[in-house]
Design a protein around this ligand. Structure first.
Ligand SMILES: [Fe+2]
Length: 163
């Protein structure tokens, strides 16, 4: 990683991190959808894939507005969270338990995303990148909403079935 000397450079690094992890999630969600048994959970993963593609395109727009190449920077943190989810899928656990584990994996992803977007919005605000800040805010709100939906589904159905 190159030496960073100001918040603007750190902001670009963080945007590249977001761009990389969103692309990792686009690849992971179809596998999670396949592995899930609950129709509601499958549907949830499917809808979140469509949303995640929107998150990627918002980031593309931000790079374009900054005249930057939309290059990701491999996000090791997200790769680790996704690898844990893949291990779980390979474990051939009982379907109800696997579903509960998939929700846990998905919520780890959401919380990581919420942290990343929250940070970038704070930087964008401070740097006067207002259009980027509002695009990032739209995505952040969708991530928070997804996390809430997952909590509801886990509490009401999925965790109960796994028990
Ligand atoms: Fe996202």
């Amino acid at each position: 990683m190159m030496k960073l000397t100001n918040l603007q450079e750190l902001y670009v690094e963080e945007l590249r991190d977001l761009f990389d992890f969103e692309n990792q999630i686009v690849k992971a969600l179809p596998k999670m959808e396949d592995a899930a048994s609950s129709p509601k959970l499958k549907k949830g993963f499917h809808e979140h894939l469509i949303q995640t593609e929107k998150h990627v395109s918002r980031l593309l727009k931000i790079f374009e507005e900054m005249n930057l190449q939309p290059e990701g920077k491999h996000c090791v943190g997200m790769a680790g969270i996704i690898a844990e989810g893949s291990e779980l899928i390979k474990s051939k656990s009982d379907p109800e338990v696997l579903d509960a584990g998939l929700i846990s994996a998905a919520q780890h992803v959401e919380h990581y995303e919420i942290a990343g977007y929250g940070t970038c919005i704070a930087y964008a605000d401070l740097l006067g990148e207002n259009s980027a800040a509002s695009l990032l805010q739209e995505t952040l709100e969708e991530e928070i909403e997804t996390d809430k939906k997952l909590t509801g589904l886990a509490k009401k159905e999925i965790n109960v079935a796994a028990k």
